[in-house]
Every structure is written in C-alpha cells, then in structure tokens.
Design a protein around this ligand. Structure first.
Ligand code: GLA
Length: 388
C-alpha cells in the first residue's frame, strides 16, 4: 500500500523527499445511536479500514490537495491564510476545516503542505470517512508542527471543524472513536462528560459484518439537524418539570413519569428513543462484560426497532437489510449504524453463517430495492498512526 501511495505522490506532486505516510481508521457504532448529542452513551469502535495520507510540509503558505478517491477533481489548491468553506472545493473542506479549527483553538497553522489521500472506506457509507479525514489531518498537523494536543483534542477539533466550518451539527462519537481507537476494543463513551472505558470485543466464532445500502443520503444532513432540534425542544419541555441537563439523565421510568410535559406526539417518540437507547447501551455493555452475546444481540435488534419506529431514521433500504438478517440462523443481532437515512447496517454473525448471510441478505435486498448492497467483514483496529 505504502509503495503505491508514494508512487502516486511522486506522479502528482513530484519527488518523495521528506514525505511521511499516515493512517486514520473509519468507525462503526455497535449500539447507542443518536445519543451523542443527547448526553447519552455510545459504543463505537475504530476499524482497520480507513484513510491513508502522504504528506509533505511546504515552506510557503500553500496547500495542495489530491484525493485518489476523487481523481477527476485533480489538484486543489488553497492558502492556509483566511480558510473558508467552499462548496465547490468538496472534500478539501475537511482538511481545511481542521486547519482552521487548530487556528481557532490557539494553534495557528502558518505553513502549507502537499497532501495526497486514499480512503478504503466506501464514501458516504456511514463508516465516517469524513471524520477519518478530519482526525488524520489533525494528526498530521500535530506531527508537523509539534502542537501540544492530545488525541482527545484531535477529536474535539475535528468535531469543531465539522460543526463550524462544514455546518454539520454532529456529536462527538465519530471523531472520538477514530482518534481514540484501540484494536479489538469498543469505546464505552459517556458523551455527557467524555469519560470512557475500553471494552474488549472478543467474538470467538463470530464476525462483524457491515452491509452498505448504497442509498444516496440526499436529505440526510437536514433531517439529522431536524432530529437534534426535536430533542432539544423536548429537553426544554421536560426541564419545566424535572431538573435534568440532558435526555441522557433520564431512566425509562423517569421518562414515563414526566413525558406528558412534552407537548407533541412526535417529540415524545424522539425523546423516548434517546432515553431508551441510552439505557439499552448501558445494558448492552454490561451484557458484553458478562459474555452474554445473545443479550447484546437482542439489544442491537431493539435499537433498530426504536430507530425505525420512534426516531424514524431508517427507511426501506436499512429496514430490508436488517429484517432479512433477522430471519437467518447464526445472526446474533443486526441494526442500522451511524446517522441513518441510508448508510449501512452492522450485524454479528456466526463464522460459518457469514457466506450465506451475504448471499441471502444480498439477494433479497437486490430483489426488493432494485440495486445491490455491499458487504464487508470488518476488524476492530487502532486509532491514527504514522506509517513512516
Ligand atoms: C452521525 C454523527 C454522530 C452521531 C450519529 C448517530 O454519525 O456524526 O455524531 O450523532 O450520526 O448516532
């Protein structure tokens, strides 16, 4: 891989003197969806697939960007001075946003770089290709300029760039799980205070299988922001009757006691999902610690049902993938993962059932939806690193 990337760098930017090679993973969330902006828990892990970078510091303030995933765009250039979101500059808004965020956080980036990227996470698949690029950029900046920032800061700056440069109001889960990833572990993160714990995922005899719906996201971002504001309104209604900071502060019982303070049926459903999903995530991690994979799987399934019926972020594509998976022997649990509205599902499948899972779910999906899904058997990997 490294050789191919270096060769490409030389072809695009000339000479590979003083270049360094880096990697940052993608992520999959096992359970705890749409809880990270509600002060709840999430349980994601970094993957061994992700984004590779070849980068070289420059003596001037110019940045030259090239992505092997968007070769048709060629080399895109900008200055580190006065960085601004540019719709037409497409993917480069992610690295530029992070350079801008470092400046906002007191670490101004004064010199440019030549940056070549290659990602083996399918774009727009819901495995956080954009957060991967953000954390990767932060990692490179720290390495180049010796900024005194932790991996957790890299996550926070990535989220800051996503929120304030790219205008997507995401929570902290994606960037955190990528920056803090640990091989064979998922991260049990409390988004209320960023306390976290690594939990080993030892799947003796099972695999994690991702199914990509290949549905284009379309209105995804605006629907995402809509769900956030529905939850915010529900929270302020609840705060009239109970002293809480976030929906994550409520147990199911408390929610049932106070829910009539929410003056709209839809908002009750949205808040119910946030509260119940948070409690499910806590229970799922406890089940995993007792080695009760069957219970973990049941909670994954319940998570999907709640995202389908109460949070309404699934759609026929994700529902088909999950409901077909549920029909099969050897499937411990299956649910949509990530923001929803397209993207992918995550399933825990017995080793010997993986092949027939891919074949059967794939065939049923294509028949019903009219185009194919993609399948990946994934492994849990470490956070960002230098490969030089
Ligand atoms: C997207 C966001 C995350 C999180 C998930 C839903 O991936 O970037 O912050 O909200 O959706 O759980």
């Amino acid at each position: 891989m490294k050789e191919v990337l270096l060769k490409k760098f030389e072809e695009i930017f000339g000479l590979t003197q003083d270049v360094k090679v880096y990697f940052a993973p993608g992520r999959v969330n096992m359970i705890g969806e749409h809880t990270d902006y509600n002060g709840g828990h999430v349980f994601p892990c970094a993957l061994t697939i992700g984004t590779y970078a070849v980068a070289r510091k420059r003596d001037d303030d110019t940045c030259r960007f090239y992505s092997m995933n968007f070769e048709e765009l060629g080399i895109l250039e900008s200055s580190v001075e006065g960085l601004k979101y540019e719709k037409e500059a497409d993917w480069t808004n992610y690295p530029k946003g992070v350079m801008w965020a470092f400046g906002e956080k007191g670490h101004p980036v004064l010199k440019g770089m030549d940056l070549l990227l290659y990602g083996n996470i399918p774009n727009g698949s819901g495995l956080s290709s954009s957060a991967s690029v953000e954390v990767l950029t932060g990692y490179i900046l720290r390495d180049f300029f010796n900024f005194d920032v932790s991996n957790q800061d890299l996550a926070l700056y990535g989220q800051y760039a996503e929120n304030h440069f790219n205008g997507v109001n995401c929570g902290i889960m994606d960037q955190f799980s990528i920056a803090m990833g640990k091989k064979d572990h998922a991260i049990f993160l409390d988004t209320a205070d960023l306390s976290y714990e690594y939990a080993p995922i030892v799947l003796q005899g099972y695999k994690i299988v991702i199914a990509g719906s290949n549905k284009k996201r379309g209105l995804g971002d605006s629907k995402y922001n809509e769900r956030r504001s529905e939850c915010e309104t529900a929270l302020s209604e609840l705060q009239q009757v109970v002293g809480i900071q976030s929906l994550g502060d409520l147990t199911e019982e408390m929610f049932e006691t106070y829910k009539s303070a929410i003056k709209d049926e839809i908002r009750i459903k949205r808040a119910k999902h946030a509260v119940y999903e948070n409690q499910r995530t806590i229970r799922a991690v406890a089940a995993l610690k007792r080695n009760d994979l069957a219970e973990f799987g049941k909670l994954m399934n319940a998570s999907h049902i709640s995202l389908r019926d109460d949070y309404e972020v699934t759609g026929i594509e994700l529902d088909t993938l999950v409901e077909e998976a549920w029909k099969l022997d050897g499937v411990i649990g299956s649910r949509m993962t990530g923001a929803g509205f397209g993207g992918c599902t995550v399933s825990i499948v017995k080793d010997e059932a993986v092949e027939s899972f891919i074949q059967k779910v794939g065939a049923a999906y294509e028949q019903k939806i009219g185009y194919a899904a993609d399948f990946y058997v994934v492994e849990i990997g470490d956070g960002p690193c230098s490969l030089s």
